[in-house]
Design a protein around this ligand. Structure first.
Ligand SMILES: CC(C)(COP(=O)(O)OP(=O)(O)OC[C@H]1O[C@@H](n2cnc3c(N)ncnc32)[C@H](O)[C@@H]1OP(=O)(O)O)[C@@H](O)C(=O)NCCC(=O)NCCS
Length: 176
């Protein structure tokens, strides 16, 4: 009874983050966009190795996130190979947070970053969330340009946010 009552008090946090697989076309390539599973961990690790000069997330964190019921992770596949992913976790009843986004170098600058962000923005807007936030390394100009295209603005500067390289981060936010 109490549990049910609590669910009524925090309705958006308890929404089931299902995602129906779909086919998308990017530069005449047919790609599959689907909800990521914990069995995708190795593919996530390999893609991270391709795009980051250091591993932002070890395998245990990837596994934990792919099991997180309050997060949605999407995999984009070309011929069954992971070419991109995005993760969004729920912060509170109004705000969701992009935790990670990556596109394989061979598939970058084809609009996939835009596609992934558009997908999660539509998804969480439809669930009633109002804002989307993220953190980005202040030196990551490609990613910052992508976020600015979706009207993300700097909310705060977090000094020495990244422990591996001591880089600062911008905390950015946009309305959904
Ligand atoms: C940041 C990242 C996800 C962007 O992914 P992407 O798929 O290249 O993004 P898009 O293709 O949608 O947009 C990138 C650029 O390509 C351009 N573009 C989009 N479609 C295009 C096309 N068909 N032809 C040419 N250029 C195109 C976009 O306009 C954009 O240009 P701009 O940077 O001058 O504004 C990717 O660079 C990446 O994985 N980086 C490493 C991981 C990382 O840093 N993640 C962010 C952590 S906070």
């Amino acid at each position: 009874m109490l549990k049910k009552f609590r669910e009524l008090l925090v309705p958006t946090n308890n929404k089931n983050l299902d995602f129906t697989e779909k086919t998308v076309t990017v530069k005449q390539n047919e790609l599959i966009l689907r909800k990521s599973r914990v069995t995708d961990t190795l593919d996530y690790m390999n893609l991270q190795k391709e795009v980051y000069y250091y591993q932002p997330w070890p395998a245990q964190i990837v596994q934990m996130e792919l099991r997180n019921k309050k997060a949605l992770y999407l995999s984009l596949e070309h011929s069954k190979k992971l070419v991109g992913f995005i993760g969004v976790s729920i912060v509170n009843d109004a705000e969701v947070h992009i935790t990670n986004i990556a596109v394989s170098p061979d598939f970058q600058r084809q609009g996939i970053g835009h596609l992934l962000i558009n997908q999660v923005m539509d998804y969480f807007r439809n669930l009633g969330y109002k804002q989307m936030s993220l953190e980005v390394d202040t030196t990551n100009t490609d990613a910052i340009r992508l976020y600015e295209a979706f009207s993300f603005n700097v909310r705060k500067l977090q000094e020495k946010y990244y422990v591996k390289n001591n880089h600062d981060a911008y905390e950015m936010i946009t309305d959904l």
